[in-house]
Design a protein around this ligand. Structure first.
Ligand SMILES: [Zn+2]
Ligand SMILES: [Zn+2]
Length: 211
């Protein structure tokens, strides 16, 4: 049986099946790329998750397994609404891993999801129920869980790193220059400029998934 370190559950906050699914997905990606954890910024992950579906827990498992974290700027979201992610290590290649429909259908009737559909949060679900659905995830074979596609044509252009910053002339706080706006000739941060939604640009990475 696959094992997940206890600290990963602690980091995630509760016991659910999707963090372990992500942990297994991330582990498999490292094996396919022939690499270890990304201690620095070597690995990029493009999660196809969106917002408003509980499968997003998967992304915490991916981060725990690979150390390609949101904080280090390696975890990006594509908002496709799919339980899948592409893992890209420049020089080693790219691989897309998707959770199989059959596995989703297999665990869907589990008591864990009956609680979830009634609005019960994972930490409130009886532990034996959560641990049983996790056991199904940890005892499944990799081929039962995942579809693996190496992406020969994958390309990604990261945003160039910059330490340049300046002070907002209204609130006085430092702002990294990509996010400074000019209004009436003064440098201003996004909230001081009136927090226009379209100006708090959601970053969508520039990638090529298919030829
Ligand atoms: Zn969770
Ligand atoms: Zn400001």
């Amino acid at each position: 049986m696959f094992t997940i370190p206890e600290w990963a559950y602690e980091f995630h906050g509760h016991k659910c099946p999707f963090m372990p699914i992500g942990y297994r997905m991330g582990t498999l990606a490292l094996q396919h790329l022939g690499v270890g954890k990304a201690r620095n910024h070597e690995l990029f992950v493009f999660s196809e998750m969106g917002v408003g579906h509980p499968q997003g827990c998967m992304q915490d498992g991916i981060q725990a397994a690979t150390a390609a974290t949101f904080g280090k700027g390696q975890m990006h979201k594509l908002f496709y609404g799919k339980v899948a992610a592409t893992f890209y290590w420049p020089g080693k290649g790219a691989v897309r891993i998707a959770l199989r429909n059959e596995f989703v259908d297999k665990i869907a009737p589990h008591e864990f999801f009956q609680y979830r559909r009634k609005g019960v949060e994972p930490s409130e679900i009886p532990l034996e129920v959560s641990e049983d659905v996790i056991r199904i995830v940890l005892t499944a074979s990799e081929t039962d869980l995942f579809k693996v596609q190496p992406l020969a044509y994958f390309q990604f252009t990261p945003v160039p790193g910059s330490f340049n910053k300046d002070k907002c002339e209204v609130c006085g706080e430092y702002v990294f220059e990509r996010y400074l706006r000019i209004r009436a000739g003064i440098k201003i941060c996004i909230p001081c400029a009136g927090a226009q939604k379209e100006e708090s640009v959601v970053y969508i990475p520039n990638i090529t998934l298919k030829k």
